[in-house]
Design a protein around this ligand. Structure first.
Ligand code: HEM
Ligand code: NAG
Length: 531
């Protein structure tokens, strides 16, 4: 019989030997490790994530150790194009779930108690079936040519956004938190396109509902770590230890947002059945998804299936992803334009060339989307903000394919086995000084006269290293809608006003996957332009 003392000594010895054997057999040990503990345990990188130190840690690690680094016994980070994002993202590595050992970090983004959607689906096959249903309605040609979206945007800008800006003068002498208003505008436009104007949100006209929504939405942000990184542990502790790692009210906040979305779906379903629908009430995305899913159900002879939960889970992600990311980008755009008055006046001059001008007198006429899209300086301002302040700057995890892969440059490539978590971050790729001169500075001019640059340099800047919307099969489906609405909103603001900063304390982006300003506020003063 072993005495308890010997047994107690044996347990750590066994654990130690196991870890050592795993380490010696693990090909990742050849990859430079971000910390001496990283190849032995994932607890180290979890600790960094929990403390919200991931961005600065990865930045320093790649600077010190090169484009491929080991973050844990089953995780690497890449920060290069060749042997990096080109292989992982354009190469179609899955979000996980299907590969052995591959954990799907995005499962967290399913709604209504686990109804998967385009964003949260791990495997490529199920994902592409859903993406095929939706990529057309979000394509650049569909967005640019949509009479419904143009009518929705016109109504939201002229009847809500500009009047709201004007009303700040009577009470607050032109001072406001522009971030909240920009978020309201993006939510109204995105839900307008999805559900039609009649069924969509109206956060711009309803300050109380706007506050209600932003509070619900933003308060949940700090509780992502446990359910996202350790979903099973979180569920276990909540069930058996009866301890709520995530406070109850976060779940309640999610339910409220889910109910709000479902109501909009049901309203769009009613509008869809009417014989005549006003152009601005067309539920473009809802209608498309409804038709595609009905067809699928018919094939599966399941005609009685209730489509609303499926549609609601899908579009909830679109409206959340859509308003949040575009709102963040616009907030930083306004902030940078306040800090760069020369750029601001250059933009205003360019906007004055629009026909009709984007001022209340032109209502409901809007300049044509193609004309707006072709304004070079507006484009440069949007692109430079997406580069320096990508709304999703943090790691986008994928899982290496079962057969394993090679990552890194030709001269220094590493074998990575299957089922390993691998990610790149837009925030780091965009800070490459070799591609973007003075990369840490906001310089919209870098995007002008690109045709004068040599072809390689131009492609590096515009496509290879520009990663605000990701790349490959899981690239952002809403990028064209995002650019469309951001250009109209910023054009409406700067066709009528000049802006200056009142308070930008804690403006820096938080260290997270989606990264708003730390203070959740951008306080500015408006000044009417003489037009
Ligand atoms: C400035 C605005 C936006 C930015 C910076 C942005 C960025 C991104 C990024 C980086 C991804 C890839 C994420 C990953 O794989 O981890 C993504 C995916 C996605 N985005 Fe956006 N996005 C924006 C606007 C929108 C809008 C307006 C919509 C509304 C439809 C949208 C819907 C989606 C969806 C559904 C996905 C998942 C696509 C898939 O898995 O195939 N996004 N976005
Ligand atoms: C990440 O860290 C770098 C270096 O400290 C910094 O310049 C950058 O702004 C950070 N990005 C985010 C999104 O916090």
């Amino acid at each position: 019989m072993l005495s308890p003392t010997i047994l107690l000594l044996l347990i750590p010895l066994i654990l130690f030997t196991q870890t050592l054997v795993f380490y010696l057999r693990n090909p990742l040990r050849k990859i430079p490790a971000v910390h001496p503990l990283a190849p032995f345990t994932s607890l180290w990188i979890s600790w960094i994530r929990w403390r919200s130190y991931e961005n600065r840690t990865l930045k320093a690690a790649h600077e010190r150790l090169g484009p491929v680094v080991c973050l844990g016994p089953n995780e690497v980070s890449v920060n290069c194009v060749q042997g990096g994002i080109r292989d992982v993202y354009a190469g179609g590595y899955e979000k996980g779930g299907n590969v052995k050992g591959g954990f799907n970090w995005y499962a967290f983004f399913s709604n209504y108690g686990g109804v998967y959607n385009m964003f949260s689906t791990g495997g490529n096959k199920a994902h592409s079936a859903r993406k095929r249903m939706l990529s057309n309605v979000y394509s650049k040609s569909a967005v640019t040519a949509s009479p419904a979206l143009l009518a929705q945007t016109s109504s939201i800008l002229y009847d809500r956004f500009l009047p709201r800006l004007a009303s700040t003068f009577s009470k607050d002498s032109g001072v406001l938190n522009i971030y909240a208003l920009l978020s309201a505008a993006t939510m109204d436009i995105v839900t307008g396109y999805i559900f039609g104007l009649k069924s969509s949100s109206n956060l711009l006209d309803d300050p109380e509902q706007l506050e209600w929504f932003l509070d619900l939405y933003n308060s949940r942000r700090s509780f992502n770590f446990w359910p996202q990184e350790y979903p099973e542990l979180t569920a276990f502790v909540e069930k058996w230890v009866r301890y709520d790692i995530v406070p109850k009210w976060v779940g309640e906040a999610n339910s409220e947002i889910e109910k709000w979305t479902k109501d909009m779906c049901e309203s769009a379903a009613r509008v869809q059945q009417q014989s005549e629908v006003n152009v601005e009430d067309t539920p473009s995305v809802f209608r498309q998804l409804y038709a595609a899913l009905s067809k699928e159900m018919k094939k599966a002879s399941d005609e009685k299936a209730d489509l609303i939960p499926q549609i609601a889970s899908e579009v909830l992600d679109h409206l959340a992803a859509g308003f949040d990311t575009s709102g963040i980008t616009l907030a930083f755009m306004v902030h940078e334009l306040c800090c760069h008055p020369d750029a601001q006046s250059r933009l205003q001059k360019e906007l004055q060339t629009l026909i009709p001008p984007l001022v209340t007198l032109s209502s409901p006429g809007l300049p044509d989307p193609k004309t707006l899209d072709a304004l070079p300086f507006l484009h440069a301002v949007v692109w430079e903000t997406l580069r320096l302040h990508p709304a999703i700057p943090g790691p986008q995890p994928r899982v290496t394919p079962p057969q394993g892969c090679c990552l890194g440059s030709e001269s220094k490539a590493y074998y990575v086995p299957g089922g390993v978590r691998v990610s790149a971050s837009a925030g780091l790729l965009h800070l490459n000084d070799e591609v973007y001169d003075h990369a840490s500075e906001w310089r919209p001019e870098r995007w002008l006269d690109l045709e004068k640059l040599d072809e390689e340099k131009r492609r590096d800047m515009e496509s290879r290293w520009f990663w605000a919307f990701g790349s490959g099969g899981r690239m952002c489906v809403g990028s064209h809608l995002a650019v469309y609405q951001m250009k109209y909103i910023i054009a409406a603001l700067y066709s009528n006003y000049a802006t200056s900063i009142i308070d930008d304390t804690r403006i820096e982006q938080i260290d997270a996957y989606t990264a708003p300003p730390g203070s959740d506020k951008v306080m500015i003063r408006l000044q009417r332009l003489d037009i």
